[in-house]
Design a protein around this ligand. Sequence first.
Ligand SMILES: NC(=O)c1ccc[n+]([C@@H]2O[C@H](COP(=O)([O-])OP(=O)(O)OC[C@H]3O[C@@H](n4cnc5c(N)ncnc54)[C@H](OP(=O)(O)O)[C@@H]3O)[C@@H](O)[C@H]2O)c1
Length: 267
Amino acid sequence: MPDARTPHVALITGASSGIGEELAKCFAQAGHDLVLVARSADKLKALASDLASAHGVKAWVEPADLSQPAAASVLAARLKRQRRTVDVLVNCAGVLSHGPFATMPAATAQGMIDLNISGLTAMLNAFLPGMVKRGSGRVMNVASIASFQPVPALATYAATKAYVLSLTESLSEELKGSGVTITALCPGVTATHMLTQAMAADASLAKLPGVLVGSAADVAKQGFKACMKGQVICVPGVANQATVLASRSTPKWAVRLLGGWLGRRAM
Ligand SMILES: NC(=O)c1ccc[n+]([C@@H]2O[C@H](COP(=O)([O-])OP(=O)(O)OC[C@H]3O[C@@H](n4cnc5c(N)ncnc54)[C@H](OP(=O)(O)O)[C@@H]3O)[C@@H](O)[C@H]2O)c1
């Protein structure tokens, strides 16, 4: 069980697969009770039952489509009625669509904005004020290394993740001294359902050397540690850290040119 100072109930969005599922395992292993959120109720129920029996924690399933405008407030109201306080909020749910912006259906780009930006912001609106009032809490937003530079062929996705990083960095300063910390987890390419889907649209991704593809379990372990420590930015993996360092210390125009050259090869 977490000690008396450790935030107890962790709400994890996108917990039905990939990085979110692995994060749920990390929190359960550390003794946190869980609220698991995604659309796939059956997958969430199976995970909840596995984690409850493996770690002796409680795990509640709250199926929701977080791209819908009212989803976060409806969820928060339900949890309030059940007298469940959320001590840790992990915003991991996200979608990616690959391809040139000019030929991408507007609804596809909007779908990324609705979940990756609006859904995430609505979850913060729903749960952050309570944490600040109580003077304790942890938040983790899952961004990406795509947050750090423009990425042609992933233009809207990268822009949504830049939003997540920027929002998190601003809030980390606003929250100083409040007892609440906020972390942006910025994974590089990670072997999940999202990567399988992206590879179907961009065959060049299949040629990525294995060392550049992280495992969801490793990414989650590093994210969990960073979140508990209150670290503002966590970039898992040495190669990803080098990429981020290079893109942050190189003039924007050069990063854009290199990103453009690589991106055009993938379109
Ligand atoms: N894989 C990578 O290379 C990579 C790299 C950097 C960052 N990331 C980020 O990591 C996060 C997790 O992605 P992943 O790689 O683990 O992919 P994933 O396995 O496809 O997981 C995505 C999760 O989001 C949930 N989700 C999708 N649409 C939703 C909606 N409308 N409402 C609620 N939940 C929804 C999915 O569950 P349901 O389908 O059941 O709703 C699933 O649990 C994302 O934010 C992604 O952008 C991934």
